[in-house]
Design a protein around this ligand. Structure first.
Ligand code: ADP
Ligand code: F6P
Length: 319
């Protein structure tokens, strides 16, 4: 291949810039030119691209967000959208693409590969919900951000003997809630994978109260919903002053951690090796800390189990 493209798509995640940097530098070291496609598949359809040389990715490894911008592009889900993207690739001389994003972005990469533009996906989302990989770029940074914020909430919950109910992101998955819930010592972690009634949470609070616990952190995954309502029920049933915090998009920002920078760099390198061999329709994944790759179709059909053993440990250690 003479020229490849790289794009970031779906929700941004800290470490995306490090992945783009790695793609650019690896490709150039192999004699391949790189075009940065802006705003995901929208930019591909519109031909919104920039040439990326070695120095264009200087000073980006440490920043969150994505300097290529990201977007959701409904048009790309249509036959016309895909065909327009293929035409664009031909016009721009793009022979293969590294797609950095989530499962949705990988579906687009699969469609594009089927139309003759080999694509390789790199998993990046703070939700860590991509079925084919144990780890997604951005998860570690988001976990650390959540823990930092909830530690701050604990200071004030502790000072007032209050209950702090905190909603964390994760889309349909409770991975971010589970890991951060353990790390902040939450009294209860509510995730949709293991339905828990508010009454159970209230019982847990009352039980720990008997053992002199005076302030409480409850972590609620956004997929559970009605976080305000949960707070109100807790306050009404226990009489404990309860406050709700919805952490929101602050969880998606910030400088990537070491783990995210290193995985992003390793994954970017691996993705370009595949394209250099003319191999497309693959996604990069982490399996037992090793970099592996799968056929996209196979990857999209994998199931990612919720870590119930870890969830049980959290329940026992939070009494
Ligand atoms: P993520 O990649 O984080 O899962 P989305 O689900 O929003 O995020 O997908 C990002 C983009 O990928 C969509 O806006 C669309 O352009 C493309 N995409 C998503 N699903 C499909 C699909 N089924 N077929 C083709 N393209 C898709
Ligand atoms: O997928 C990342 C994520 O931040 C989810 O945790 C959340 O549900 C969603 O994106 C929010 O999307 P938007 O940026 O469109 O509000």
């Amino acid at each position: 291949m003479k020229t490849i493209g790289v794009l970031t798509s779906g929700g941004d995640a800290p470490g995306m810039n490090a992945a783009v940097r790695s793609v650019v530098r690896t490709a150039i070291s192999l004699g391949i030119n790189v075009k940065g496609i802006r705003r995901g598949y929208s930019g591909l359809i519109e031909g919104d691209v920039i040439d990326l040389d070695l120095r264009s990715v200087s000073n980006v490894i440490q920043y969150g967000g994505t300097f290529l911008y990201s977007a959701r592009c409904p048009e790309f889900k249509t036959e016309e959208g895909i065909n327009a993207a293929v035409e664009s690739c031909k016009k721009l001389g793009i022979e293969g693409i590294v797609v950095i994003g989530g499962d949705g972005s990988f579906r687009g990469a699969r469609d594009l590969s089927l139309k003759g533009i080999p694509c390789v996906g790199i998993p990046a989302t703070i939700d860590n919900d991509i079925s084919s990989t144990e780890y997604c770029i951005g998860f570690d940074t988001a976990m650390n951000t959540v823990v930092d914020l909830v530690d701050k909430l604990r200071d004030t919950a502790n000072s007032h003997d209050r209950c702090s109910v905190v909603e964390v992101m994760g889309r349909g998955a409770g991975h971010l809630a589970l890991q951060t819930g353990i790390a902040v010592g939450a009294t209860a972690i509510m995730v949709s994978e293991v339905p828990m009634k508010v009454e159970e949470v209230i019982e847990r609070i009352k039980d720990t109260q008997k053992n002199a616990k005076k302030h409480f952190i409850i972590i609620v995954a956004e997929s559970v919903g009605n976080t305000e309502g949960i707070s109100k029920q807790i306050q009404d049933a226990t009489g404990i002053e309860t406050r709700t915090t919805i952490l929101g998009h602050i969880q998606r920002g910030g400088n990537p951690t070491v783990r995210d920078r290193v995985y992003a760099t390793r994954m970017g390198y691996a993705a370009v090796q595949l394209l250099n061999e003319g191999i497309g329709n693959r996604v990069i994944a982490i399996k037992k800390d090793e970099i592996v790759d799968y056929d996209i179709y196979e990857a999209l059909n994998m199931k990612k189990p919720f870590d119930i053993d870890v969830y049980n440990v959290a329940n026992i250690t939070s009494i």
